[in-house]
Design a protein around this ligand. Structure first.
Ligand SMILES: [Fe+2]
Ligand SMILES: [Fe+2]
Length: 269
């Protein structure tokens, strides 16, 4: 069993010394603590400075699952982990992840959380294995078109109307980019359609969406609303689900069954 030698004292968020400088920590224990949210991803990295890139990626997914869908049954968390690991191992996805990570760290982390929520919703909605892979892969690359608009994505401050109009193009740019990189039509379509709504109230007024697109659309809305950004505070998950449910009730924008499943995955019953 691989062990990590801690480079300096690591104190967890409750102020408890978790590992002292020079201590040897079993990697499995680190991963368990991480997946239960007892140490943060940064603490994991500090305790495990020699982790390979693959180990770090796995640890980041496990950590994000624990944080993102805390109330999902363990079986679902396990299955989501397997789907994400499988998808992240594909060469073309790994390349896109590297691209996102380098250009916009926020977009990378957002995309991984979207993949977790969308895959978990898909599991609860009995998606086929193919649909689950499409939803997870599509989530990871859904905002890849934003690499062409990094200045606007990372802008500190609200977007002007003109800038908002420009950034909407990330959907079409992402679709073209993914098609050029050899991604399947269903996956590229998630980049193109993730801001569309079933009532036609999305970016480009399209409706009649595949359910993989709807799952990613809900996951994307949830994460985007919850996230604190330089120009806005994050919204509490209770309020986010409340607002989306209200939006469904008034405008029929989202699949109501998917909203119910998202609520169960992310909120105490
Ligand atoms: Fe987007
Ligand atoms: Fe997004």
């Amino acid at each position: 069993m691989k062990k990590a030698i801690v480079e300096h004292d690591v104190v967890n968020s409750q102020g408890v010394l978790f590992a002292a400088k020079g201590e040897s920590v079993n990697q499995q224990r680190l991963e368990d603590l991480l997946s239960r949210g007892e140490i943060s991803f940064e603490e994991y990295v500090e305790c495990n400075p020699n982790a390979t890139e693959a180990e770090m990626a796995k640890a980041f997914i496990s950590y994000s699952i624990g944080k993102t869908i805390p109330f999902a049954p363990e079986t679902i968390k396990h299955e989501v982990m397997e789907i994400l690991e499988q998808v992240s191992d594909e060469n073309n996805v790994a390349e896109m992840v590297g691209c996102l990570e380098r250009r916009s760290l926020w977009s990378y982390e957002h995309s991984m959380r979207v993949a977790i929520i969308a895959a978990a919703i898909g599991k609860k909605m009995n998606f086929s294995d193919d649909e689950l892979i499409v939803a997870a892969e599509g989530s990871i690359v859904h905002d890849v078109g934003k690499i062409f608009f990094v200045n606007l994505v990372e802008k500190h401050g609200t977007l002007t109307q003109e800038e908002y109009k420009i950034i909407k193009e990330h959907t079409k740019a992402g679709y073209r980019f993914l098609k050029g990189a050899g991604f399947k039509e269903e996956v590229a379509n998630i980049a193109l359609l993730h801001h569309e709504r079933r009532n036609g109230n999305g970016y480009w007024g399209l409706s009649d969406l595949p359910r993989t697109v709807e799952a990613v659309g809900i996951a994307d809305s949830i994460d985007a609303m919850m996230a604190a950004r330089p120009y806005k505070n994050g919204i509490d998950i209770n309020k986010v689900i409340g607002q989306l449910t209200e939006e469904y009730r008034i405008n029929n924008s989202y699949d109501p069954d998917m909203l119910i499943e998202a609520r169960k995955l992310m909120l105490l019953p």
